[in-house]
Write a protein that binds this ligand. Structure first.
Ligand code: ADP
Length: 448
């Protein structure tokens, strides 16, 4: 007998899981198809948090924020290339997405900041741990209580399309057996293509050879499958490199370390850039250094306020020392230069004015509490802003901007929301906001 679902979700990252939960709660029968052996996609690696303005968690903390400012800063960070309709929807729905998570047992009630933002609006778990693991484990609990089927090590090879509408998917399992799953709605939540070296090099030859922070399932297969049924794409050349990636492990050093007050210094022991600028600019600043890498320097104050720091220490790539001089010696840096840099930066923190690089945020503490820490970082391929085109209802659009019936997409597979540069903390917001929407709309369409 044919296997029939109302909604098939392709991909088990944040967008796919949120979509599946919401589709189920709207009465649909749902299956999630995941090509990797584990759930969570690249979302599980998300570090800093989820941006939203005018949330009740901000109000509880006395943070005054506005949706207009969130919109303007995201638009400016995206070099005014963002799809304005999608961006408006994103900003508008963000507080509700924070509440949706809370009502599903996933509270992001601590708040920090990322580069390109002027206000603390990056929501993260109360224990200040990385958002990705927390988010995925919370979503998986919701998948389990609803008995939603998840097929692991099974990839969608093709989206089936007949008489002007999607009819299902062809899947291939770990034994290479293929079969058809029928569904009126297919939600493509397959993530980006940062781990597809050929595809990255095709659009941006100069990025060939860069490490990537992404899991190896980030191959962009959803884009190709949707193109086959007529979908259009946008901004495919907009590929984000993240400035602070530990190169021996490709491990991303969270923006929350800088957001907690850390600085970047060159091998010469000098600051060289506003560390809280957007990712594209900070990356360019590092690449412009003769050594094409930098040291992220922080102190015990910052470690105490950020669980990620302990994780990095546990991974063995953090160099620590009791004094700045000792730290400098260990990393082959002129001790006098590093000391002078710290002294000058600490003076800027005291006066809340960075005279050298105009950093206006995260001037939190003087870097003066022993021990001191250093991690060597350089940019790595991190996020693909481009992808398939959708409307605000998450319907996939063809090259004439017409809806492809039954095809929905959410998350990093979609292009346009982030324009030419994604702001840290906006990917998690994107996947949850549009994941919920895709789930709801796909269910209503399939059942309607
Ligand atoms: P997002 O952040 O947009 O939710 P993620 O990268 O977190 O995206 O998750 C996307 C998931 O989709 C990954 O787990 C990836 O392995 C999975 N995936 C990608 N292509 C396919 C495919 N063709 N079939 C099944 N799963 C896929």
């Amino acid at each position: 007998a044919p296997v029939v679902y109302d909604v098939v979700v392709v991909g088990s990252g944040g967008a796919g899981l949120a979509a599946a939960i919401e589709a189920c709660d709207h009465g649909a029968s749902v299956a999630i198809i995941e090509k990797m052996p584990t759930i969570g996609g690249n979302t599980i690696k998300a570090s800093v948090g989820m941006n939203a303005a005018e949330t009740h968690f901000q109000i509880l903390k006395g943070i005054k924020d506005s949706k207009e400012l969130f919109y303007d800063e995201t638009f400016k960070g995206g070099k005014f290339k963002n799809n304005t309709q999608l961006l408006s929807e994103f900003v508008q729905q963000a507080p509700e997405a924070i509440d949706w998570l809370a009502s599903h047992g996933i509270e992001l009630n601590d708040i920090t900041i990322t580069g390109g933002m002027s206000i603390d609006r990056t929501h993260r778990p109360a224990d200040r741990s990385a958002v990705g693991g927390f988010l995925i484990s919370g979503l998986v609990k919701n998948i389990n209580t609803r008995n939603i089927e998840v097929l692991l090590e099974t990839s969608v090879a093709e989206i089936l399309f007949a008489n002007g509408a999607v009819t299902g998917v062809k899947v291939v399992d770990e034994y290479n057996d293929s079969r058809i799953l029928h569904a009126k709605s297919v939600i493509v939540a397959t993530g980006g293509f940062s781990a597809n070296r050929e595809m990255v090099a095709k659009y941006r030859p100069e990025l060939d050879g860069f490490v990537t922070t992404n899991h190896k399932g980030a191959t962009g297969s959803g884009i190709a499958m949707l193109q086959k049924i007529g979908a259009d794409t946008v901004d495919m050349k907009e590929i984000q490199i993240h400035p602070t990636v530990e190169q021996t492990t490709s491990y991303l050093i969270s923006e929350s370390i800088r957001g907690g007050g850390a600085i970047l210094v060159s091998q010469a022991g000098l600051r060289f850039f506003n560390e809280m600028e957007t990712r594209d600019k900070v990356s360019a600043g590092i690449i412009a250094l003769p050594e094409k890498s930098a040291w992220i320097i922080f102190d015990e104050h910052i470690r105490l306020n950020n669980k990620a720091a302990d994780e990095y220490i546990g991974r063995g790539f953090v160099i620590s020392a009791a004094t700045p001089e000792e730290l400098a010696v260990k990393i082959n840096m002129d001790p006098a230069a590093l000391q002078a840099t710290l002294k000058r930066f600490n003076q800027f923190v005291g006066q809340q004015n960075d005279e050298d690089f105009g950093r206006t945020t995260a001037l939190r503490y003087p870097l003066s509490l022993s021990p001191y820490y250093a991690i060597r970082v350089a940019p790595g391929v991190h996020h693909t802003m481009g992808g398939v085109t959708i409307n605000v209802e998450t319907s996939v659009l063809d090259t004439r901007k017409q809806v492809i019936a039954g095809a929905w997409a959410a998350g990093e597979v979609v292009g346009g929301i982030h324009g030419a540069n994604r702001i840290g903390g906006n990917a998690v917001a994107d996947i949850i906001i549009f994941g919920i929407k895709a789930g709801r709309n796909a269910a209503e369409y399939a059942l309607g």
